[in-house]
Structure formats: structure tokens, C-alpha cells
Design a protein. Structure first.
Length: 136
């Protein structure tokens, strides 16, 4: 075999290896692969709180016998309100319920000290709590 023939064989072998992808010379071609996200991808950002309602203000309670009537001021963009009543500050261990009104009536409170606050809610999320009141 002459030098030109040997050069052609080497060139063909190099081209075959380069076109076949190196060690996988027998592998079939595939479509483009989908990139995988990095293992430590950051969590999705929370929804914008710019449209969440403002906190209700002016929470008060009127006590008549065993009935407690809570009232508060309207939060402009609220769809409803969650009232929390608990046996300790910041707790909702007794009542956690919603209403579309700006008042809530609770009957049957036994002796003791109670804490209440209200959150406004709409499709964007919930507000921070209102002022907390303490009552018996």
C-alpha cells in the first residue's frame, strides 16, 4: 500500500470516529436532549403580595351575657375575613373561621381570658393580622 492510500484510510477512520461521537461509534443518532435544571434550583418566587388586602383595623368586642360580638373595619380589597380566637396570645386554638362580613358573633364563652384577631383575604393572599384584643 502506498503512502496516499494509507493517508486516505487514516483520514476516513478519523472522520468516522468524529462523526460517530467518539466511543459510541455504533450508537444511533437521537434528537436534542432537554436540559435538566441544576440540582439546587432556587424555589419559585411567592406570588406578589402587592394585591393582598391590607390588615383589618379597629377590631373591638362587645360583650352581652355569654355572647361576644366582634366588629372591625373593612379592608378595601378583601373577599373575606378569618377570625382567630385563642386561649393565649396569637393562638387560634378555639376558633379559626371565615366570614364575608365585618362582624362575628361567638356565644358560649366560658370563664377565662381570650385573645382575638382578624386577617383579611383575597385571591392574592392574606393580610397580616389586625390588632389583637384581649377579653373575658
Amino acid at each position: 500500500m502506498n503512502r496516499t492510500g494509507l493517508s486516505c484510510i487514516v483520514l476516513v477512520a478519523l472522520l468516522a470516529t468524529a462523526c460517530a461521537g467518539g466511543d459510541d461509534a455504533g450508537a444511533l443518532p437521537t434528537g436534542p436532549s432537554t436540559p435538566t435544571p441544576p440540582a439546587s434550583a432556587p424555589p419559585a418566587p411567592p406570588p406578589s403580595s402587592s394585591c393582598a388586602p391590607s390588615s383589618p383595623t379597629g377590631l373591638t368586642v362587645a360583650i352581652t351575657g355569654s355572647t361576644r360580638l366582634f366588629t372591625w373595619n373593612t379592608s378595601a380589597t378583601a373577599a373575606d375575613y378569618f377570625i382567630q380566637i385563642g386561649s393565649s396570645s396569637g393562638s387560634s386554638d378555639l376558633i379559626y373561621t371565615n366570614t364575608s362580613q365585618t362582624n362575628y358573633s361567638w356565644t358560649g364563652a366560658g370563664p377565662g381570658t381570650y385573645y382575638a384577631r382578624v386577617h383579611a383575604r383575597n385571591s392574592c393572599g392574606s393580610s397580616a393580622p389586625s390588632n389583637q384584643i384581649v377579653f373575658n
